[in-house]
Ligand binder design. Structure first.
Ligand SMILES: [Zn+2]
Ligand SMILES: [Zn+2]
Length: 278
């Protein structure tokens, strides 16, 4: 890590309030009303979302951590800042060589960092490993956090390591591909309307059904099948524009599904709108 990505602070109210100079973090000093044996001083770290600070000037953001020292609160801010800047690299790669790999979200990463449980063949032995990522100089690579020697436990087999591990579990509820999403999953679609199940008002149905996680975002397969793609050209002030399937950064155009396709509740998928009904 270079020194360039360290936070700088300014004290806005003497011994009361500190803001990071990039405007993304605030630390508030409080004294809890606990007098025995002496009053407890706390330093609360808050994170300021740039969008809401525009809408609500002066907001001190949302709670991130509470510490007993200013240095401790600053350290927590550094940790959060680091995790945000390196989110992609902190993931165990989907093509890690292993006999089998199941990736999952590292519980303390706020749903940003992918760890993995893998069976790995090494020197003729089978090992069950929990991977996270560790820093190596300027980069990151998968590090082993726990290991069981399956060969030592009597496991035998002939499978070899591969880098093809199939799709990840659902990004929200964590079920494996081929399994219905859990209640409360915000990725699951309503099988009656095709809209988000979590926000479905069930106007004309009682049961939203149980959509199965396929390993892809709902609607992506249909948009790909119809040849509908967009690319991000926001940096040029163009927004998201239609593009060819192989164009740089091409993503399936999910918005177009709502315009040029309709939800077929019998088939449980999007189908193209007939030309005549356009
Ligand atoms: Zn889910
Ligand atoms: Zn519904």
């Amino acid at each position: 890590m270079s020194t360039a990505d360290r936070l700088a602070w300014s004290e806005r109210l003497t011994n009361r309030l500190w803001l990071s100079t990039d405007g993304r973090y605030a630390i508030v000093r409080d004294e809890l009303p606990e007098h025995r044996p002496k009053r407890t001083v706390t330093f609360t770290l808050r994170k300021i979302d740039p969008a809401s600070s525009v809408a609500y000037p002066g907001t001190l953001g949302h709670f991130l951590a509470q510490e007993y020292t200013l240095a401790g609160a600053k350290q927590e801010a550094e940790r959060d800042n680091f995790a945000e800047e390196h989110a992609a690299q902190l993931n165990v790669p989907p093509d890690l060589p292993a006999v089998g790999l199941r990736r999952f979200f590292w519980p303390i990463s706020n749903g940003t960092t992918r760890a993995g449980l893998a069976i790995v063949r090494e020197d003729g032995r089978y090992l069950a490993r929990v991977y996270g990522t560790v820093r190596t100089g300027d980069g990151f690579e998968p590090g082993v956090f726990a290991e069981l020697d399956l060969t030592g436990l009597g496991f035998t087999g002939t499978a070899d390591n591969t880098t093809e591990h199939g799709p990840d579990p659902c990004y929200d509820c964590g079920v494996n591909p081929g399994t219905p999403h859990l209640d409360g999953c915000d990725i699951a679609r309503c099988m009656f309307t095709g809209g988000q199940r979590l926000s479905c008002e069930q106007d004309d149905h009682d049961d939203c059904g149980r959509q199965v996680w396929t390993g892809r975002w709902p609607g992506e397969a249909e948009a790909e099948e119809f040849g509908w793609w967009v690319q991000d050209r926001c940096a040029e002030g163009l927004g998201w524009v239609p593009c060819a399937p192989g164009a740089p950064g091409a993503c399936p155009d999910l918005n177009r599904l709502h315009l040029d396709a309709r939800w077929d509740r019998t088939a449980g998928r999007w189908v193209r709108r007939e030309e005549a009904t356009r």
